[in-house]
Ligand binder design. Structure first.
Ligand SMILES: *[C@@H]1O[C@H](CO)[C@@H](O)[C@H](O)[C@H]1NC(C)=O
Ligand SMILES: *[C@@H]1O[C@H](CO)[C@@H](O)[C@H](O)[C@H]1NC(C)=O
Ligand SMILES: [Ca+2]
Length: 376
């Protein structure tokens, strides 16, 4: 009896230490390693971006040119009419959506999209007043196009045109180079640039190249390829992710007037296999703080600021397309390092932080889900 009691006690002790425990099932291990609980809110046709209204409803852009209004409580989805015609094709269509900093007073939203014209398609940004009706739909009015790419191209690639407001009320556009490469280095093209404007589309006073001309006056930094995510950190620094060519996705710390090197330098290669000199060969270009070979294909990025995931504070959290994952990058001073990659099983297109600290992501493609991530 005594002996049995002792062995049971030993067994319990051993179990507690894990020594005799059966191996944990994989799904249990994965559930513990996945740092969040994922709740699907709605599904969309090729969603691209999301923005939260002050009342917690969510605007969702769909690439074919539809703007939806989602009520996360009821999961009802309404349609907002009055979206400008978009050039749907390749990577183009309706892209980002952002609220004016004074949206609560003026109901103004911003959309970026690809538009057709002679010579192909280019990126554009429009602002309009959003009126929501009692059935959860609505309409845009007083729409004006406030910015356009300075040239167009066929092929429908690399428009990017993510939108972000700064604390000073400036509107930032992460402008892609529509696969034209060299315009990213041209000061008379607004392709492949970080663009800083007033909310009405006028170039922001004090931009670094303001004295050089109309296009130049919009430019904050240059030499970008396909910048699909950017956000502020707690110190007010701007971080940006861009897709490289074959290899060489970049996380950059954006500084005024600096050149980030595309297409003269890259950590990747051209798709036809031709090599590109690395950033280290040209010290005049700012190298990325982190890069990925092979690529993760960043589709969107936030710098996490909330309290719901305390260990994520200050991290860059990237939605990955080809990597079908969410990539978390720790930032220490001005160094950055991948800390975690969570497989999502689908191409991830966009990511936004809710004011309650939850993280919302959207999948790419048909039946792309809008997903809310909260702590396990
Ligand atoms: C609300 O707006 C949507 C989209 O414009 C429209 O289909 C719907 O009929 C509107 N409902 C009301 C009550 O006006
Ligand atoms: C745009 O806004 C800026 C800043 O408020 C102002 O100085 C400028 O005159 C405005 N431009 C137009 C065309 O209204
Ligand atoms: Ca670069």
């Amino acid at each position: 009896m005594m002996h049995l009691g002792l062995s049971v006690a030993c067994y319990a002790l051993a179990l507690a230490a894990g020594a005799l425990a059966a191996p944990e099932p994989l799904d249990v291990i994965e559930a513990r390693q996945t740092p969040w609980k994922a709740t699907t809110i709605t599904s969309h046709a090729e969603p691209w971006a999301i923005a939260f209204l002050p009342d917690n409803r969510v605007l969702v852009t769909e690439r074919r040119g539809n703007l939806r209004l989602v009520n996360p409580e009821t999961k009802a989805t309404g349609t907002i009419t009055g979206v400008p015609a978009v050039a749907y094709g390749g990577q183009g269509g309706l892209h980002d959506v952002a609220l004016h900093p004074n949206y609560a007073e003026n109901s103004i939203i911003y959309l970026s999209y690809a538009e057709s014209g002679s010579g192909g398609a280019g990126g554009a940004v429009a602002r309009a007043k959003l009126t929501i009706n009692t059935s959860g739909g609505g309409a845009l009015s007083d729409l004006s196009v406030i910015w356009r790419h300075s040239q167009r191209a066929s092929g429908g690639l690399q428009f990017a045109c993510r939108l972000l407001f700064g604390k000073d009320g400036a509107l930032w556009i992460a402008s892609g180079e529509i696969n034209q490469m060299t315009p990213a280095q041209s000061m008379t093209a607004n392709l492949g640039k970080m663009i800083k404007l007033y909310d009405n589309g006028t170039a922001f006073a004090g931009n670094p190249f303001a004295s050089q001309g109309a296009v130049q006056s919009q430019i904050w930094s240059l030499g970008h390829r396909n910048p699909l995510g950017f956000d502020w950190d707690a110190e007010g620094r701007l971080w940006e992710v861009e897709m490289g060519p074959m290899g060489g996705d970049e996380l950059n710390l954006i500084e005024q007037g600096k050149n980030y090197g595309w297409p003269l330098v890259s950590q990747g290669r051209h798709y036809d296999g031709r090599t590109i000199p690395a950033h280290s060969t040209r010290p005049e270009f700012i190298p990325p703080k982190a890069f990925w070979v092979p690529v993760i294909s960043p589709g969107g990025m936030i710098i996490y600021k909330g309290d719901l995931f305390p260990s994520f504070k200050g991290n860059a959290i990237i939605a990955g397309l080809s990597s079908q994952s969410i990539v978390r990058v720790t930032i220490t001073g001005d160094t950055a390092k991948e800390a975690q990659r969570v497989s999502m099983g689908r191409r991830m297109r966009g990511i936004r932080e809710h004011k309650d600290g939850s993280i919302w992501v959207i999948q790419d493609g048909n039946n792309g889900q809008l997903i809310k991530l909260t702590p396990n």
